[in-house]
Design a protein around this ligand. Structure first.
Ligand SMILES: Cc1cc2nc3c(=O)[nH]c(=O)nc-3n(C[C@H](O)[C@H](O)[C@H](O)COP(=O)(O)OP(=O)(O)OC[C@H]3O[C@@H](n4cnc5c(N)ncnc54)[C@H](O)[C@@H]3O)c2cc1C
Length: 493
């Protein structure tokens, strides 16, 4: 017999464990399981193992609302974040609900049965489960391969080429010349982490990224914890950081020239006298058109000052047997090349969806509140913010799912489905972000709309009001019972 659950969560990363925690705390009588493709908890924070791997937002907001971050370091390293996720799962008994090694491949909704039939591949066999509600916490990128652009002549290169997504744990970089290709958060993390032990690390970037130095340890948080205790200090520090991040983002959008000037001045102060700061640290775009890279305690700048690392800005002409040559003519010797060139985005874990026998084409759906899909009943997905910590949105989505399940029960309803029948709502990209990795794949993703509740909110305060306190029955969400399924077709026109 097929196993039936009230809620099926897909993914046991930061979001999936958080979703399970919210669900079982608020609705302890509901049955649920988590299907996880890998054999372990943690998602991103287990997969990425490159030296220095760390958060690039503060852990008081990347941590869950319900579980204080207690460590001194607010910009935390990967293993500490992984421990935090694992401890959350273990202490709440969530780990007992996880089915490891279950790659979810397909989910079909039946209105007649008011349930999803979900197919997962486990050790080569197809496993089927049914569930009333499906919550996809599958992250946003492919796990099997990172993105590598075409690198001319790379096959000629005699050294080692490494992608940070698959870092070999036995890679020996002591005394080696390392070239890191990229300018995003990963490159900015890995360069200072290798510097000191490597002979020299060169960061090769096509164009610069905005960087901002932050203290790795938040002195206000440390003081508040000492005075108020962990539980009382946590929400205060969280709100402090949300406010600062929001103000910085708003200032960047409204007064980009001011923020550009401030960031430049901070970089100049941390770089050696006469350093060509405009060549290597002055991007062509405005602050927050792409994610800002945070530099904890200025470690990147320190490595440059100490001569352990350097930056080259320009296009790669070709690889040679012993390194690479830039179009500028500069030659770089390399034993190891690290391709910190990004992720390959993947929508909803690559799961094929169907509703009453009709396949769902994701680009034809519109995201409702950035967390449900038009025409797709009883399904939520978690995709966090690009301008703030992921978990701020993930917590709100999980809280909203709980509210929705309660609403359905209270009104004796079987399902809800977002439907957009307002012709004045125009389409927008789901991730309105100019980074290359977003632009490469955004066409495979659901769309967002020009107006609430279809507009993708990037404001935590706005989402907090809408998702935690807003009316569930807002006109765009339709509700139904099995008995009236034939009369009310949930799919949008
Ligand atoms: C190196 C790196 C650093 C980052 N740093 C930050 C940061 O500092 N701040 C921030 O806000 N964000 C950061 N992010 C974004 C980050 O991904 C999120 O913060 C967060 O970890 C995402 O959690 P998640 O659980 O939603 O997704 P993931 O961590 O990607 O976990 C998804 C889980 O779902 C599983 N899964 C996927 N598809 C399927 C399927 N079909 N069937 C079964 N299981 C499936 C995966 O195996 C995985 O375990 C970072 C991302 C990367 C790559």
């Amino acid at each position: 017999m097929t196993e039936h659950l009230d809620v099926l969560i897909v993914g046991a990363g930061l979001s999936g464990i958080g979703a399970a925690h919210h669900l079982q705390s608020a609705l302890p009588d509901r049955t649920y399981a988590i299907l996880e493709a890998r054999d372990t908890i943690g998602g991103t924070w287990d997969l990425f193992r490159y030296p220095g791997v760390r958060s690039d937002s503060d852990m008081h907001t990347l941590g869950y609302r319900f579980r204080p971050w207690t460590q001194a370091r607010a910009i935390a390293d990967g293993p500490a974040i992984l421990d935090y996720i694992r401890a959350t799962a273990a202490e709440a008994g969530i780990d007992r609900h996880i089915r490891f090694g279950h790659r979810t491949v397909r989910a079909e909704w039946s209105s007649a049965q008011a349930r999803w039939t979900v197919e997962a591949v486990h050790r080569g066999e197809t496993v089927r489960l049914t569930a009333r509600f499906l919550h996809l916490c599958t992250g946003y990128y492919r796990y099997d391969a990172g993105y590598t652009p075409s690198l001319p002549g790379i096959e000629r290169f005699g050294g080692t080429v490494v992608h940070p997504q698959h870092w070999p744990q036995d890679l020996d970089y002591d005394g080696k010349n390392v070239v890191v290709i990229g300018s995003g958060a990963t490159a900015v993390t890995v360069v200072p982490a290798l510097a000191g032990r490597a002979a020299h690390v060169t960061m090769v970037q096509r164009s610069p990224t905005y960087t901002m130095t932050l203290p790795a340890e938040d002195p206000i948080a440390t003081r508040l914890r000492r005075v108020l205790g962990v539980r009382r200090a946590y929400p205060i520090v969280r709100w402090k950081n949300i406010t600062i991040a929001t103000l910085l983002y708003q200032l960047s959008r409204r007064r980009p020239h001011l923020v550009r000037a401030l960031l430049r001045r901070a970089a100049v102060r941390q770089l050696p006298p006469g350093y060509p700061v405009d060549t290597h640290f002055r991007p062509r775009y405005q602050p927050w058109d792409q994610r800002l890279c945070f530099v904890p305690d200025g470690d990147l700048f320190a490595a440059i000052r100490q001569g352990q690392a350097s930056v080259q800005t320009g296009r790669i002409a070709e690889f040679t047997e012993t390194g690479l040559r830039l179009e500028s003519g500069a030659e770089l010797e390399a034993d190891i090349v690290v391709t910190a060139t990004g992720l390959r985005l993947l929508a909803l874990g690559g799961i094929t969806l169907a509703v009453d026998g009709r396949p769902v084409a994701l680009p034809e759906t519109m995201a409702y509140k950035g967390m449900m899909l038009s025409g797709v009943p009883n399904l939520a997905f978690t995709v966090g913010y690009t301008n703030a910590s992921w978990t701020l949105k993930a917590d709100l989505v999980s809280e909203y799912v709980v509210r929705l399940l309660r609403y359905l029960d209270r009104h004796d309803l079987d399902w809800c489905v977002p439907a957009n029948d307002d012709p004045t709502v125009t389409e927008r990209p789901l991730l309105d972000f100019q980074a290359g990795y977003v632009l490469r794949s955004i066409d495979d993703f659901p769309r967002a709309g020009s107006r609430s509740p279809w507009r993708l909110g990037m404001s935590y305060a706005h989402d907090l009001l809408k998702l935690r306190h807003g009316a569930i029955d807002d006109g765009a969400l339709r509700f139904s019972r099995r008995s009236v399924a034939r009369e009310a077709d949930p799919r949008p026109a």
